[in-house]
Design a protein around this ligand. Structure first.
Ligand SMILES: O=C(O)CCC(=O)C(=O)O
Ligand SMILES: [Fe+2]
Length: 329
């Protein structure tokens, strides 16, 4: 793999209208500055549900180590990676080879390989014994000394950032910051390292790195290398907008749970990846999924009086199980 994976500057103008939101005030700002961030989040979520964040508080140095460790993992021999196949894990942790998931119904399987990590939870934990979705121990590669420590450190920081964003989203909906506390407790988030080989010159029709899909959870925090290739659907003119790398930012998008909570006011938008850079592409997705037992139903004020909510109430776990069933059929 080449060493071109670290994010570097790209002009914010290249984001074609996907806003870059400074979330620094969420940590240190006064009430007026926090309200201004909430207003920007509201506008972004009512629009495409995709935005960049800067001043996010995760160090460049840690992000660089995450990419290095990910590159080291995907460079391992196939048999070493396959020894950690996610099929060995009752909680969907571990390695997934190329073409194992089809995110876009009817399209060929995705041209990506990945590695799934979650919070390390012992096999004797009551939640694991009860069979809670995506909850349990990880499968860790041996022979990559820094891998586990790096991913644990990143997982903890991404979780903290996810909590910050979800609280700010509560404020953006004129709800108390504590509104989602039950959802935020015992969150079963997923860290997914992704590797996309270059798109072949003659792909099967419709073959992509990642087919068009919406994300399943609450909020996704995405790091990408310099390759580009992430595209977001513009529902208005049915085009695809590039979401190129922008230095020192995450791409953040709202997942299905926020669309359900807000009765469609906030958008869980289709997106896809086509790696036409001619080189390997790495990205790192942190899916803030929340407490699997939490019931997701239309929020107060998101349906007009007397109007039936557009989505039935579901638990996080029910929704996730259905999304996994559909894309791993
Ligand atoms: O790799 C990317 O840039 C996006 C990945 C993605 O959309 C996903 O894993 O849900
Ligand atoms: Fe996605």
């Amino acid at each position: 793999m080449n060493a071109l994976h670290r994010p570097e500057p790209a002009s914010p103008a290249a984001t074609k209208g996907l806003p870059v939101i400074d979330v620094g005030p969420l940590r240190g700002g006064d009430a007026a500055q926090k309200a201004e961030v909430a207003a920007q989040l509201r506008s972004a979520c009512e629009n495409r549900g995709f935005f960049y964040i800067r001043n996010h508080g995760v160090s460049k140095e840690l992000i660089s180590r995450v990419f290095d460790a990910s590159e080291g993992f995907f460079d391992l021999p196939p048999e070493t990676k396959l020894a950690l196949d996610k099929s060995f894990s009752p909680c969907n942790r571990g390695y997934e080879p190329l073409r194992a998931q089809t995110l876009e119904a009817g399209a060929p399987p995705d041209l990506k390989e990945s590695f799934y990590i979650g919070e390390e939870i012992g096999a004797d934990d009551p939640r694991v014994l009860a069979g809670r979705f995506n909850t349990g121990p990880n499968q860790w590669p041996s022979g990559l000394p820094a891998f586990r420590e790096t991913m644990d450190a990143y997982f903890a920081q991404a979780h903290e950032l996810g909590v910050l964003i979800v609280r700010a989203l509560a404020a953006s909906l004129d709800l108390p910051a504590s509104h989602f506390d039950d959802y935020l407790t015992d969150a079963a988030s997923t860290l997914r390292l992704l590797h996309y080989p270059p798109q072949p010159p003659n792909p099967s029709p419709g073959e992509k790195g990642c087919g068009a899909h919406t994300d399943f959870g609450g909020v996704t925090l995405l790091l990408q290398d310099q390759s580009g290739g992430l595209q977001v659907r513009d529902a208005l003119d049915e085009s695809w907008i590039d979401a190129p790398p922008v230095a020192d930012t995450f791409v953040v998008n709202i997942g299905d749970l926020f669309e359900r909570w807000t009765n469609g006011r906030y958008h869980s938008t289709l997106h896809r990846v086509i790696n036409s850079s001619g080189r390997e592409r790495l990205s790192v997705a942190f899916f803030f999924t929340g407490n699997p037992t939490h019931l997701v139903e239309c929020l107060p004020g998101c349906a007009a009086p007397g109007e039936a909510p557009r989505y039935a109430a579901v638990t996080v776990e029910e929704h996730l199980r259905e999304c996994y069933r559909r894309t791993y059929a």
